[in-house]
Design a protein around this ligand. Structure first.
Ligand code: HEM
Length: 413
């Protein structure tokens, strides 16, 4: 067994995570890590704590399902605050206690209540509206001139509008909401601003929930207020945290699936041609995009509550884990020719939507939006091409989300 000290050694300089080179293309680094340091301890940028990075498919699976691993926000906060500098700005506590930050039995309870309101029927009901919004956005792409930034014109507006309408956020508040969400996902490097944005968003959600409690409307937030199970229902605090989670998880991810997916297609002309020839393959193609270059690639955070053995390394208790979903999705021990985009791949078991009890609640909605957006884009603009060399595309410096700053395209080739 490799001892903890050896495993905790800093990686070789060319394996550094989170620098500009990594942001541009993390996959060669993941490949080396899987081979040389499949589980290692590293420092996060702008943060004062270390994390154990887990990169192999089988280890990621264990980390996402082991009872020795927790997602509980109170425990995580305790662990992080032990190492955080004094006086560091705090993220609003009101937003932290959601189901993605909880363990059973609280997680089971929250997930059951959201499942009651966020039904497959409610997602299916959104289909005509998603198609309508997509058509309007495609009109804007068409009117945007020779070169259009697809992130700004389509990839962000579609999921933001859909999630806001689904939850019942009024149209005039949607721009504020996108700014808050962008800041909280770590795309602002100003922790003071982030702390303020989290307080503002929490206050906004408290007000919105009050309004809907008095006057329920036909939306998911009103349903969540009403949702109950065996005399159980969501408290005011739980509703605020749940609304926050759905609003944020519901759009940054989907926007970047559209962005990263279109980029992948435009840089693989033979795959693009194949999909244009067989548009019915779009569902499979979206799954492959989630595997090949999904939005949540660097990973998801957990903590160990007991020593956890991952392959040859034992991570001690009370350690933060960065569970590498994107690296696992490129592990050639699981996926043949893992570094190739193949829209015809027979796919099973990718971790683009996570795995285990926290598997993405919004996966059916995200799939519907991505199929509609990317399918619609290719049908309307069959000559679509990149307007800049692929190597010139830049990514935002977010630790968790893989997000293009811009995606300039020529809609008509
Ligand atoms: C959980 C990815 C869209 C709501 C997750 C997780 C991943 C993920 C990887 C698991 C995180 C973990 O285990 O720590 C994605 C991707 C999306 C997407 C790639 C789009 C392409 C959505 C949408 C919604 C949503 C549209 C809601 C409308 C959630 C929620 C959870 C979750 C509530 C937490 C589930 C739980 O804790 O039980 N998502 N997501 N996601 N996602 Fe998504």
């Amino acid at each position: 067994m490799v001892n903890d000290t050896a495993a905790a050694a800093e990686p070789l300089p060319d394996l550094a995570m989170f620098d500009q080179k990594y942001m541009q293309d993390p996959y060669p680094i993941y490949a080396k890590l899987r081979q040389q340091l499949p589980v290692h301890k590293t420092a996060l940028p702008n943060r004062s704590f270390d994390m154990w990075v887990v990169t192999r498919y089988e280890d990621v699976k264990v980390a996402l399902t082991s009872p020795a691993v927790s997602k509980d926000s109170t425990r995580l906060r305790e662990l992080i605050s032990r190492t955080a500098p004094e006086g560091a700005p705090q993220f609003s506590e009101a937003l932290a206690g959601h189901m993605l930050n909880s363990d059973p039995p609280q997680h089971t309870r929250l997930r059951k209540l959201v499942a009651k309101a966020f039904t497959p029927r409610r997602v299916e009901q959104l289909r005509p509206r998603i198609e309508q919004i997509t058509t309007e956005l495609l009109d804007q792409v068409a009117a945007g001139g020779e070169v259009v930034d697809l992130m700004e014109t389509m990839a962000f507006p579609l999921p933001v509008t859909v999630i806001c309408e689904l939850l019942g956020v009024p149209e005039q508040d949607q721009a504020d909401f996108r700014r808050w969400s962008n800041s909280l996902l770590g795309n602002s490097n100003d922790p003071q601003q982030q702390a303020k944005d989290s307080q503002d968003l929490a206050a906004y959600l408290v007000q919105l929930i009050e309004t809907k409690r008095i006057t329920p409307t036909d939306d998911l937030l009103s349903d969540l207020i009403q949702a109950s199970d065996d005399n159980d229902s969501l408290s005011q605090g739980e509703l605020v945290a749940m609304a926050f989670l759905l609003l944020v998880a519901g759009h940054e991810t989907t926007a970047n699936l559209i962005g990263n997916g279109v980029r992948a297609l435009l840089t693989h002309p033979e795959q693009l041609a194949e999909l244009k020839a067989k548009p019915e393959r779009i569902h499979n193609a979206i799954e492959e995009m989630l595997r090949y270059d999904g939005p949540v690639i660097t990973g998801t955070i957990r903590m160990t509550t007991e020593p956890l053995t991952l392959g040859e390394v034992t991570v001690p208790a009370d350690q933060l884990l960065l569970v590498g979903l994107g690296s696992a999705n490129r592990d050639s021990n699981k996926f043949e020719n893992a570094d190739e985009l193949d829209i015809d791949r027979v796919l099973g078991g990718h971790f683009g939507f996570g795995h285990g009890i926290h598997y993405c609640v919004g996966a059916p909605l995200a799939r519907l939006e991505a199929v509609t957006a990317i399918g619609g884009l290719l049908a309307r603009f069959p000559e679509l091409s990149l307007a800049v060399p692929s190597a010139e595309l830049n990514y935002r410096s977010s630790v968790l989300i893989r997000s293009l700053v811009e995606l300039p395209v020529r809609p008509n080739g």
